[in-house]
Design a protein around this ligand. Structure first.
Ligand SMILES: [Ca+2]
Length: 371
């Protein structure tokens, strides 16, 4: 190890140490450990799951399942793309055609009056909402003492609904505790456009803050979303008058939840979501250094010539190229290469999205015009 490397390593460790303090991050799982069985030092644990697995896109073996409750190495290699958002591994939620359930539950170990949760989510590459009735799919729920009527504390649930064009609008609802069921679905907001958002990664962030006490309805519920390639989140939901107090008998805040979940409008075709970088924090997950790093990475990449009719070259500055994936404007994958020079002479004229990934897992997208 040379001196420069040693000093930069120490500096990075110091930065990470600071970040953890500043962001009060409670738990983070990038799924790179290939194991969801351990409980972390803050007491967080993954609990029950239905049709979830850790998957990867191996350069030789293709798409591979590596954990499904136990460590395995199941080479599927059927042409589906299981490239993770960061690193090599992500969590897959699988709905076979006509089946209605895929879910991952978690327990925070401790209870927190205010909590942020964020993760990256890839829209299924063949996404179409499904036509069942009722038309909602679950995305995320968090509760204090049992899900909805199963406890006397509040539960907040996000659902997405058929928008009439095979895409989805998202709503939020909550139960105010006292063993009561869900309240009304409110703030319906565009969530996924069909077919243009198929295969896109989005970062979603949720905030839940308990009411001051059982007589004040001042609980806060928020949801934010940033598509890959965007540098700031957009707000999808904001409630500041929610009746979500800590129950008299405890626990003293948000305690458990689930990711993805029941599909009331089962998908017509086999459908799978990928989820990466699950993060739980007591403070905001919007203004993290990740977006700054992404922006810096995006700015450091040069593609030339652009427009081009034959080839273009990708210059990553100080980073090393891992792979480049080219998508058409419908989000369909056209080409995947690992060289910095890319030949697009056989493609039709038009605009293409080029997704560049570095060896250390940084990802960004650029537009290239073929003429
Ligand atoms: Ca990962």
């Amino acid at each position: 190890m040379n001196k420069t490397f040693l000093f930069s390593s120490i500096f990075i460790v110091m930065l990470l140490g600071c970040n953890n303090k500043v962001f009060s991050q409670l738990f983070y799982d990038s799924f790179e450990s290939l194991d969801m069985s351990a409980t972390n030092s803050d007491g967080f644990s993954w609990t029950s799951s239905v049709r979830t697995s850790i998957v990867t896109q191996h350069p030789v073996d293709g798409n591979v399942v590596v954990f499904n409750g136990n460590s395995i190495y199941n080479i599927v290699n059927d042409g589906r793309n299981w490239a993770a958002r960061d690193g090599d591994y992500s969590l897959r939620f699988r709905y076979p055609a006509g089946q209605d359930w895929s879910e991952q539950r978690f327990d925070l170990g401790s209870a927190y009056p205010e909590l942020w949760v964020s993760f990256w989510l890839r829209v299924p590459t063949n996404f179409s909402h499904g036509a069942g009735s009722p038309t909602n799919h679950k995305l995320f729920a968090i509760w204090m003492d049992g899900y909805e009527i199963h406890g006397d504390g509040p539960t907040v649930t996000w659902n997405f609904w058929n928008d009439g064009n095979n895409g989805s609008n998202i709503t939020v609802s909550y139960s105010d505790g006292g063993f009561g069921g869900n309240g009304p679905q409110v703030q319906s907001t565009p969530f996924i456009s069909y077919p243009t958002d198929q295969g896109r990664w989005m970062n979603v962030a949720f905030r839940v803050k308990a009411s001051t006490n059982t007589t004040s309805n001042n609980g806060v519920i928020e949801m934010w979303r940033r598509w890959e390639g965007e540098t700031v989140h957009s707000q999808l939901h904001l409630l500041t008058d929610a009746d979500i107090a800590i129950p008299t008998g405890g626990p003293e805040g948000w305690k458990a939840g689930y990711l993805v979940g029941w599909a009331n409008a089962p998908y017509d075709n086999d459908t799978e979501w990928l989820l990466d970088n699950f993060t739980v924090s007591e403070t905001s997950l919007l203004d993290s250094s990740l977006s700054t790093n992404e922006e810096t990475f995006n700015n450091s990449i040069l593609i030339s010539p652009n427009p081009t009719s034959n080839t273009f070259t990708i210059d990553l500055g100080n980073d090393i190229l891992k792979e480049t994936i080219i998508y058409n404007q419908l989000g369909q994958q056209i080409k995947e290469v690992t060289t910095s020079e890319v030949d697009i002479s056989s493609l039709s004229k038009g605009i293409y999205v080029v997704k560049v990934t570095s060896q250390n897992g940084k990802t960004t997208t650029k537009k290239v015009i073929k003429n």
